[in-house]
Design a protein around this ligand. Structure first.
Ligand code: FAD
Length: 447
């Protein structure tokens, strides 16, 4: 394998271009958008993202972790804002581990620049992939008024949720695909820093205003501002479809997120002009075709953003592929790609399931006293027995354990904790030695 074509210079595509370029492949990337360095980053996509352990592992593999660490802001826990404006803080881990917020635009630009600096990588912008012929290994591109065809030994679909490469695969027999929109969408609002440049909210936390069916989330930016995102159903009195004007937005915030209003000086204007976006989950199988085509990232497994793992899982796809390439060599692409599908399809499906599960947890359960009690018990057991109990959140965000294995362990924890929370007067006894012993007993007996 000498030549690689990557369709899409998003986060997964540009990371892969860099990593494959470093390995000496001749990499040609086609991106439908204009060069991000020549334009303000497009609206309608999330402005910032959370990088977690899997993302860092992939970046470290390619030797660019330190470069990216320069542009992130750490968050060590969740800060919950209740309806009355009270705040409570929950650390993400017992040993002060952090997740990191990064600007999507900055991250993408940095990856594009790193990739383009390699002499064997070229990125062509304003180039739209129309179709792929898998038999000949050819992509058909629309570039302005021209239609061009390019061939390669490996074609990579890194072209996101609406992937054209996947679209071509869907015409092949026995290629499975599903797409499901959830009934909620999102709208972003910008929370600027104070006039003196300091943050208006605790900069060390990810902020959540959970309101059962919906929530507001605040994620820090490098300039001490925050990107606020309202996730809410489209339907109903307070559904996004019925909150189209700026005045509707003010009315909504006054009722549910009153303490956030002073943080957003031009809320009315932002609410009216910022887009409302839908959220979909995509699953497919396989993630490759023959010996010359593969899907990475959202093209294979787009998910809702509630675990903040879509991009991390996308970088992990590429990382897993690169390690398979190291192990088997490009003379055995059949083995590399088959193993890639074998490893990543269950992981991609579990990523989607976990993200849907965390939607419920973030908007609903963090405001539920039983959830908070469960967290306290889990934290205590984890502190005293770190070799045994690792909470699901930690498995997902702070380890590289495959998503499907993390999910299975999380479900086992659910079964254990259901029994613990059903114990009489658990609210009074949660901190006792007997409860800790009972958790451990169930941990050994429930499989
Ligand atoms: C609101 C929101 C918040 C999120 N927060 C997080 C988070 O905190 N952490 C996290 O890990 N993930 C998060 N995600 C998910 C994350 O954005 C995606 O998983 C990630 O962007 C996937 O990367 P990708 O490169 O596969 O796709 P994209 O980033 O979508 O890149 C695809 C690229 O392909 C290009 N393209 C598309 N079609 C074509 C074509 N036909 N021809 C040529 N080019 C094409 C596109 O222009 C784009 O540049 C969030 C998503 C949303 C919506």
């Amino acid at each position: 394998m000498k030549k690689v074509i990557i369709v899409g210079a998003g986060l997964a595509g540009s990371y892969m271009a860099y990593a494959m370029g470093k390995k000496g492949y001749n990499v040609q990337v086609f991106e439908k958008r204009t060069d991000p360095r020549k334009m303000r980053y497009n609206s309608g996509r999330s402005i910032n993202l959370v990088v977690s352990h899997r993302g860092w592992t992939a970046l470290a593999y390619a030797g660019i972790e330190e470069e990216i660490r320069k542009i992130v802001v750490p968050a060590y826990g969740r800060q919950i804002h209740d309806l009355e404006g009270n705040e409570s803080y929950f650390a993400y881990s017992i040993n002060n581990k952090a997740i990191h917020s990064i600007s999507r635009g900055e991250f993408n630009k940095t990856l594009v620049e790193l990739a383009e600096a390699l002499p064997n990588v070229s990125i062509t912008f304003d180039a739209f992939c129309e179709y792929v012929n898998f038999n000949t290994g050819t992509v058909f591109m629309k570039q302005g008024e021209q239609h061009n065809a390019y061939s390669a030994d490996l074609i990579v679909g890194g072209d996101g949720t609406g992937s054209s490469v996947r679209g071509a695969l869907m015409k092949q027999p026995r290629f499975n695909y599903s797409q499901d929109f959830i009934d909620s969408g999102y709208k972003e609002v910008h929370i600027p820093p104070r006039k003196d440049g300091k943050p208006q909210l605790n900069i060390d936390a990810l902020h959540i205003w959970p309101r059962r069916e919906f929530m507001l989330m605040g994620l820090a930016n490098k300039d001490n501002g925050f990107t606020g995102t309202v996730f809410a159903p489209f339907n109903g009195e307070y559904g996004l479809d019925n909150l189209s004007t700026g005045q509707d937005g003010i009315r909504y915030f006054e009722k549910y997120f009153k303490d956030a209003i002073p943080l957003i000086p031009n809320l009315e204007e932002q609410w009216e002009s910022n887009p409302t976006s839908a959220l979909a989950c995509i699953r497919c199988n396989p993630y490759h075709w023959g010996t010359n085509t593969m899907l990475i990232g959202d093209a294979a497994h787009a998910t809702v953003p509630f675990y903040g793992e879509g991009m991390n899982g996308s970088l992990e796809d590429v990382h897993v592929f690169l390690e398979l390439l190291d192990e088997h060599g490009d003379s055995n692409m059949e083995k590399v790609l088959e193993t890639y599908t074998e490893k990543r399809v269950p992981a991609g499906n579990a990523l989607v399931d976990l993200s849907l599960r965390n939607f419920i947890e973030m908007r609903d359960l963090v405001a539920n006293p039983y959830f908070q009690l469960r967290k306290k018990i889990e934290r205590k057991v984890q502190t005293n027995h770190p070799d045994k109990w690792t909470p699901l959140y930690t498995l997902v965000k702070f380890t590289n354990i495959p998503y499907h294995e993390a999910k299975a362990e999380g479900e086992r924890h659910d079964r254990i904790m259901q029994q613990i929370l059903a114990i009489d007067d658990i609210e009074d006894r949660w901190d006792s030695k007997e409860i800790e012993k009972e958790v451990l007993r169930l941990f050994e007996s429930i499989v």
